[in-house]
Design a protein around this ligand. Sequence first.
Ligand SMILES: Nc1ncnc2c1ncn2[C@@H]1O[C@H](COP(=O)(O)OP(=O)(O)OP(=O)(O)O)[C@@H](O)[C@H]1O
Ligand SMILES: O=C(O)[C@@H](O)C(=O)CO
Length: 419
Amino acid sequence: MLLGAIADDLTGATDLSLILSRAGMSVIQVVGVPDEGDDFGNADAVVVALKSRTIPAAEAVEQSLASARVLRARGARQLYFKYCSTFDSTAEGNIGPVTDALLDLIGETRTVACPAFPQNGRTVYQGHLFVGSQLLSDSPMKDHPLTPMRDADLRRVLAAQTARPVDLVAHATVAQGAEAVAAALAGAQGIAITDAICNADLMTLGKALAGYGLVTGGSALALGLPQNFRAAGLLAEDAGNADFTAPKGPGIMLAGSCSAATRQQVARAEANGIATLALDPLAIASGETRIEDALAFIAAHAGDPRPPLLYSSADPEAVAQAQEKLGRAQAGVVVEAFLSGVARKLAEAGTRRFIVAGGETSGAVVEALEAMAVRIGPEIDPGVPWVVSTDPVAPMALALKSGNFGCEDFFAKAWDMLA
Ligand SMILES: Nc1ncnc2c1ncn2[C@@H]1O[C@H](COP(=O)(O)OP(=O)(O)OP(=O)(O)O)[C@@H](O)[C@H]1O
Ligand SMILES: O=C(O)[C@@H](O)C(=O)CO
């Protein structure tokens, strides 16, 4: 193993796995803290998918450290802590504490933090995170159900989460190339936010980070890392990934993401003739809408050319209403339990193809499906691959979409790729 990665949610993990796989590393993704004896199948990179973005910081630290210990014991030369390209954190924040703990574990004092993912519109300039042309704090991320992001100044956001100094390597330095970045990093203190506005910047940063025991960021910071292993003679030109064959069987689409992108994609799915069922957290909580009702709806659409889409995706006002009545965390739990309950029942009855929107939602669904390890398949849209679970008896094809990712036609496009 060359690279050992820990992702704080499941869609983030598949996003990172896709980037590594496209850069020619063989990748296996495991769900939850791995055991030392787990079979990683000689993968160049192992990506551990946790569900640690919004849990208490102490638990996020414990799970990340336990994962890192296994990855290091199995030979990982570099650790990667993957969080969201929109730097999603609760008010308490887990990015700082996990980064601190991983640095302590490996006995290093410096690393970088770079959530930039230019291909999906996330750029960092002067330490400020942009989503498209908007500052993070002006973007729809300000209304996220679990991690509303109201400050775009990453130095300030991170400084509130770590006792280490937070520094900046600004774009003027990044533009000068890897040597200039390496020199700036050597002089920087603690955790350095690194500017990046295009993939070339990320390649520069990747090169400068060759000797670092820990790298932290979104997925795109990984673009430049495989080349370091190649330059050191540790990685073949294209280690390649096994061919992807989607298991046969019925499918389902489930959306718990309330992002602006997902809501548009749901509307487009409806317009594309996909049968949709809207779910209201309050109706679920009161028992008015039951899992059996959803299963009956799905059964009634068994003959449709594309499978139905169940969604709880709602606009910020509706989310606020549900949260007011149920509590922020509980509203999420209610929806996640419902969608994962539906998924479990469907899998028991033979459904083998799942398209899921939302990181927390995907985490809950995949846990219910007990898909403990996946291999990376073809890209649907930037950051979103099809993956197939490694279960030899009942493998499942999964498309796990980060809330903000995917083209407007995502649901139809993902399904049609399997046709
Ligand atoms: N109508 C709703 N009201 C309140 N909460 C909701 C509603 N629908 C979904 N949720 C909850 O909102 C959260 C959405 O988070 P999730 O990570 O699934 O999506 P996302 O944040 O858009 O995706 P990503 O993390 O990949 O960017 C989940 O916990 C989900 O259960
Ligand atoms: O980095 C991103 O935006 C995604 O991989 C993600 O983590 C969404 O939850």
